[in-house]
Design a protein around this ligand. Structure first.
Ligand code: C2O
Ligand code: CU
Length: 464
């Protein structure tokens, strides 16, 4: 048999590929695949604008979707090629504390040029996300985040499974560059850094072709610094099947809107009911007006018939509700902000007047204390049941996120709501959550309106 030069080239390429693959596998067994935080640029604004300089994982925004099976090990080497120290948090994952990625609490920030090896097991199926957790108000706003999808051993019957990350950016309207003022007094003391440019998966005019009668799983993630998304469906009929990664006991029909605070996720199963040639939409409702968040042009008709209403996703294990009768009570009073009544508060161990706090660019207090303290909000024994009352005594909404453990809201009638890792509270509301402190470690508890976290709304609990 003779080979042409062309054939030899082909064989060479194939052999080359094979050897790269095996050396890559070898390398992988010793060190994890890199996830590199670096500068990049992308077309964020409409095509007639210049590209926007962003910070992204592997140079993309959002970063790569990391998909694993439930119970799988996630190994990544965070490589920092940014001009600033960073760290990586896995939002919503019941993770080993050492892997929680909170610079200053669970690890040192990773210096420019340095790296950090991430190695954890993903215990729960669901939709999670990863994001920078050092100077988050800046680093998340610049684009340092992505989705972590943990697949059920047997997922629901769908035609496609799509991650939709919702975000807004604060861009200079002429140059389309990210507004570099991450310490804005106004943003900090009011609703937070709210963007002027909204997109899905970093795409202007985000659109996905679908067929009539198809069923889609939409994994919605709110990655915005401060914006609350209120979402509706048009030409789609859907159910919420999971919130903050955790399956609902029964799918909940989307009749009006789905509210997503910063950090929160919702898994929707939606059926395309729009006709071929029409377009279905995910709609964002803002002050009573609807805007297209994502478009789903219906380019055909599925060969399958429409499905029955979906079943609940299989529950994640080890999620027994806490025993409220034995629960320790903890109170978190939120004060401050514009139109607040904060006269003075503790900051860095000293009592400061409101004027001094404004000068220090600090605006929010938990139980009269601003920012992190040496002592945790609560010292909890392992598996101790806790009920935590959150009093939002401010004029603004706050999305409180507990690291490392999910909680349930205690309704007025004493029943327990679905598992969540972030609770959206509105000004003047008092809400109560409960959980068993099953995960040992130091866990941050903070507002996911990231300007608020940077100006006081940050505390922590210790589980030993
Ligand atoms: Cu999603 Cu402390 O963060
Ligand atoms: Cu807040």
């Amino acid at each position: 048999m003779t080979y042409s030069r062309r054939d030899i080239l082909k064989i060479g390429v194939a052999a080359g590929l094979a050897s790269t693959t095996s050396s890559h596998l070898l390398a992988q067994s010793n060190s994890a695949v890199a996830l590199t935080a670096r500068e990049a640029s992308m077309q964020l604004a409409p095509p007639d604008y210049p590209e926007t300089a962003i910070w992204g994982f592997d140079g993309s925004m959002p970063g790569p979707v990391i998909r694993v099976r439930q119970g799988a090990r996630v190994m990544r080497r965070l490589v920092n090629e940014l001009p600033q120290a960073t760290s990586l948090h896995w939002h919503g994952v019941r993770i080993d504390n050492a892997m929680d990625g909170v610079a200053g609490l669970t690890q040192e920030a990773v210096a420019p040029g340095a790296s950090f090896d991430i190695d954890f097991v993903a215990p729960d199926a669901g939709t999670y996300w990863y994001h920078a957790h050092n100077r988050s108000v800046e680093q998340v706003a610049r684009g340092l985040y992505g989705a972590l999808v943990v697949e059920e051993p047997e997922g629901p019957d769908v035609d496609r499974d799509e991650v939709l990350i919702l975000d807004d950016w604060l861009l200079n309207p002429d140059t389309a560059q990210i507004d570099p003022d991450f310490t804005s007094r106004h943003d900090r003391s009011h609703a937070g850094r709210v963007g002027n440019f909204i997109a899905t998966n970093g795409q202007y005019g985000h659109s996905l072709d679908v067929r009539r009668h198809e069923r889609l799983r939409l994994r919605l993630v709110n990655a915005a610094n401060a914006r609350i998304f209120d979402l509706a469906l048009a030409g789609l009929e859907g159910w919420v099947v999971a919130l903050d990664g955790m399956p609902l006991e029964a799918p909940q029909r989307v009749s009006e809107t789905v509210l997503l605070g910063p950090g929160q996720r919702a898994d929707l199963l939606v059926d395309v009911v729009a006709e071929q040639g029409e377009t279905a939409y995910l709609v964002r409702v803002d002050n009573g007006e609807g805007f297209v968040q994502s478009a789903f042009p219906v380019i055909g008709v599925s060969s399958g018939a429409r499905r029955d209403a979906p079943q609940a996703l299989p529950p994640n294990s080890n999620m027994a509700p806490p025993d409220l009768s034995q629960a320790r009570r903890v109170r978190l009073h939120m004060g401050g902000g514009a139109m607040g009544r904060l006269q003075s508060a503790q900051f860095n161990g000293e009592r400061r007047t409101f004027r001094q706090l404004v000068d220090a660019n600090q605006f929010w207090a938990f139980n009269d204390v601003i920012g992190m303290t040496d002592e945790p909000l609560a010292n909890l024994a392992r598996d101790e049941p806790v009920r935590l009352e959150i009093v939002n005594d401010t004029s603004f909404p706050h999305a409180m996120h507990l690291h490392g453990m999910h909680f349930r809201e205690i309704a007025a009638d004493g029943t327990l709501g679905p598992l969540r890792d972030t609770i959206l509270t509105f000004g003047g509301e008092t809400r109560e959550i409960a959980f068993s402190a099953h995960n040992p470690g130091d866990w941050l508890f903070h507002c996911h309106m990231l300007s608020h976290a940077a100006s006081g709304m940050m505390t922590w609990v210790r589980v030993t």
